[in-house]
Structure formats: structure tokens, C-alpha cells
Design a protein around this ligand. Structure first.
Ligand code: NAP
Length: 308
């Protein structure tokens, strides 16, 4: 990379960022995408994507990402690895600090996505990596022939539980209500799977450990208050996500949950800065909507640059 001055910088390499990068580089805008980890974002930890059009029978998350990535490279999108820590408005240019380097661009698209929410019960943090996990795709294979629990009742919890049945001897779903939030198709699979037991109205209280790592989960019945300890070796938390926008809190308007506020054209409160994908406040967070957002943000960026 010869210069550190770009037409557009995209922060985050999930489906929204890669789509934005595809559009801006195809439009011949000098585009840089910054990604902290591997490109792909949360899709990298998804085993089978079944609701992205064009792939009957589903496609593995990493394979879908590889196709997005290859498609972006076809149009010359530049990608740099590092953590964006700060965004500053310098009038004609926005400055993005990545680790300790500054990159300048006339416009910025934020597509940093979201990360798993922590529950904060005793044992959770201490046992992360020793039986506590936030990603069944990453860690599931370590739990062969032992019981595990998934905490949560949404799509992620349902998908994680189904995936874990490939390895674990039994999978408990610990849910705080008497109804799952996950889509009907996933619910049908959950209820039809003999390895899965849903424990309703259950509040996780503590992850229990012995010298080897996790050995149980203490739960309390929400109605009776009765406590019980489940003997198991893995606890997967899937209680939703939080947006990765904290580093922007002083420069962009966020909603009360920390998502970036935008208008229908993905414009944020700072002129020349756009947001797309799961980090943006919106109704539906899926790959299809992230891709849609990425395209809108890229076209809105092009329009903004034309009008400058
Ligand atoms: P989610 O839909 O927000 O579900 C979080 C689950 O965790 C809910 O069941 C919630 O219970 C429970 N929960 C939240 N806080 C809790 C707490 N403090 N204690 C105990 N339980 C708690 O999150 P998600 O499943 O990660 O999904 C995030 C977004 O991605 C959603 O829009 C989802 O549709 C989407 N997604 C889609 C797919 C797909 O299309 N295949 C796959 C994964 C994710 P309540 O139900 O009581 O609120």
C-alpha cells in the first residue's frame, strides 16, 4: 500500500463491509477495508447458512465468506489487518486510527458488526476457554460424548444447540422463558432432536468448576426459585449480541443499546460517515440485510463524494 489517503475506508470485514467494499471498488473509488480478525465476521462461526438466497441446501459460513472475499479482490479492494480505535473528523478528511497508524479518507463506512453478550454470572469469565464458550462452531468438537448446555432461546442458541448434538452426549437449552424466540424451523428441529432437552423458565446462576474446568451449571427456576445443579462439561452462552461501536460513542450518535443511528441511506450523524450491517440500529440482523445495507451505504457514499 503506497499511500494512506483513500476515497473511502470501510471499518469491518463482515458481509456488510465486504459488500460495501465490492461496490465502492467496482465504482473505482480508492477503497480500504480494515478488519481486526479474519474477514467474514460472525458468519465465520456459522456452520450452515440456510437463508441466504442462491444456495439451495445451504452453504457453510466460511465458504460463503471466501466467495465474498474473492469477489472483492476481483475489483481490487485493499484490506489491512488491525483494530480501528478512533475516528476523527478533520474537515475534508476523516482519520481512522488503526492500532497506531492513521489512515485518511474522504468518507468512511462503519460495518463493525456485533459480538456475543456476556451474562456476567460467577464462573463465566474465569472459565472462558476451560469449558465456557461463545462459539459452538469454534469449540464444539472439544466436547465429545459429554453433556453441555446452551444458554439462550434465540436463533443463535438454537443453531448452536443443534450443532453441538454432533459431538455432545446431551445438550441442555437453558431458557429464561417458556417459549423460544428462535424461528419456527429451528424450533421444530430442536423439539425433534432426542439429544436436546429444553429447561424452561430457568435462570443460570453460576458455572461450577473442578480442577479440570467446567463441571456443572447451577440454575434457578424462575417461578419456584428452586435451584438445581446440572452436571456437564461445557457451557455455551448465546444470549444475544452487543454492537461494536463503543470506540465511536464520542463522535457518532448511538441509540440507548449502543447501535449507530442512521437514516434510510445509512448516513450517520457525522456527514461523510455511513454505517451498515449489525452495528446499525435496525429491525432485522441477517446476512441478507447486511449485504443490502452494504450496497446502500456504498451508493450513498458515492453520491456524497460526487456532491463534495
Ligand atoms: P437474540 O435473538 O437477541 O436472542 C437472545 C436470547 O437470549 C433470547 O432468547 C433471550 O431471551 C436470551 N437472553 C438475553 N439476555 C438474557 C439474559 N440476561 N439471561 C438469560 N437469557 C437471556 O440473539 P441471537 O440469537 O444471538 O440473534 C441475534 C440476531 O441475529 C437476531 O436478529 C437473529 O434472528 C439473528 N440470527 C439469525 C440467524 C439465522 O437467520 N439463521 C442465526 C443467528 C442469529 P428472551 O427470548 O426471553 O428475550
Amino acid at each position: 500500500m503506497n499511500e494512506q489517503l483513500f476515497d473511502v475506508i470501510i471499518i469491518g470485514g463482515g458481509p456488510a463491509g465486504l459488500t460495501a467494499g465490492l461496490y465502492t471498488s467496482r465504482a473505482k473509488l480508492n477503497s480500504l477495508l480494515i478488519e481486526n480478525m479474519l474477514v467474514g465476521g460472525q458468519v465465520m462461526t456459522t456452520t450452515k447458512v440456510e437463508n441466504y438466497p442462491g444456495f439451495p441446501g445451504g452453504i457453510d459460513g466460511p465458504e460463503l465468506v471466501a466467495r465474498f472475499h474473492e469477489h472483492c479482490q476481483e475489483f481490487g479492494l485493499q484490506i489491512v489487518n488491525g483494530e480501528a480505535r478512533q475516528l476523527r473528523d478533520e474537515g475534508a478528511y476523516k482519520v481512522v486510527t488503526v492500532d497506531d497508524r492513521d489512515f485518511r479518507a474522504r468518507a468512511v463506512i462503519v460495518t463493525t458488526g456485533a459480538e456475543p453478550r456476556k451474562l456476567g454470572i460467577p464462573g463465566e469469565q474465569k472459565l472462558t476457554g476451560r469449558g465456557v464458550s461463545y462459539c459452538a462452531t469454534c469449540d464444539g468438537a472439544f466436547f465429545r460424548d459429554v453433556p453441555v448446555a446452551v444458554i439462550g432461546g434465540g436463533d443463535t442458541a438454537a443453531e448452536e444447540a443443534l450443532f453441538l448434538t454432533r459431538f455432545a452426549s446431551k445438550v441442555y437449552i437453558i431458557h429464561r422463558r417458556d417459549q423460544l424466540r428462535a424461528t419456527k424451523t429451528l424450533q421444530d428441529r430442536i423439539f425433534a432432536n432426542p439429544k436436546i432437552e429444553v429447561i424452561w423458565n430457568a435462570l443460570p446462576e453460576e458455572v461450577l468448576a473442578d480442577s479440570k474446568g467446567v463441571c456443572g451449571l447451577r440454575i434457578a427456576d424462575k417461578i419456584s426459585g428452586a435451584k438445581r445443579d446440572l452436571a456437564l462439561e461445557g457451557v455455551f452462552f448465546a444470549i444475544g449480541v452487543i454492537p461494536k461501536a463503543h470506540f465511536l460513542a464520542e463522535v457518532l450518535e448511538l441509540n440507548s443499546e449502543g447501535y449507530i443511528l442512521t437514516d434510510a441511506e445509512c448516513r450517520t450523524s457525522m456527514p461523510g460517515v455511513f454505517a451498515a450491517g449489525d452495528v446499525r440500529s435496525k429491525l432485522l440482523k441477517q446476512i441478507a440485510t447486511a449485504v443490502g445495507d452494504g450496497a446502500v451505504a456504498a451508493i450513498a457514499t458515492e453520491k456524497y463524494l460526487d456532491e463534495l
